[in-house]
Ligand binder design. Structure first.
Ligand code: MN
Length: 128
């Protein structure tokens, strides 16, 4: 029997067009409607750029401590076991805490995310 069908055992480094700092991604299979799952590792202070998912996104904290914040919103500290839902089309970022890496599962609704500007240090610190 084939284990882990559709899962690559390979981590891809997060590129500077979408991420700040040291980020590693492992992408899983996509369902027929485009829903897909990935595991993301962020070093302390590393984060996504501002972005929005057309089908929304669930983040599930596995280990470490991270940060999630929607543009203009208050910050959420992502702890192991937390499940955060980011509504469809909502601009946000996620990443590690300043003093801790984080690993989270991401379950993404279908459609390619829209990517924006890097999250500045000021934006990263706001609301926490
Ligand atoms: Mn996201």
């Amino acid at each position: 029997m084939e284990a882990a069908i559709g899962w690559g055992a390979v981590f891809e480094k997060g590129d500077a067009g979408r991420f700040t700092g040291d980020v590693w991604l492992r992408s899983g299979p996509a369902a027929g409607d485009g829903t897909n799952v990935g595991i993301v590792h962020f070093s302390p202070g590393a984060r996504t750029h501002w972005h929005a998912h057309p089908g929304g996104q669930f983040l599930y904290g596995l280990t470490g401590r991270g940060r999630v914040r929607s543009r203009g919103g208050s910050g959420h500290v992502l702890e192991p076991g937390d499940i955060v839902h980011v509504p469809a089309g909502e601009w946000h970022f996620h990443g590690g805490a300043p003093d801790s890496p984080v690993v989270h599962v991401a379950v993404n609704g279908g459609g390619a995310p829209e990517w924006g500007d890097p999250v500045t240090d000021e934006d990263y610190g706001e609301g926490f």
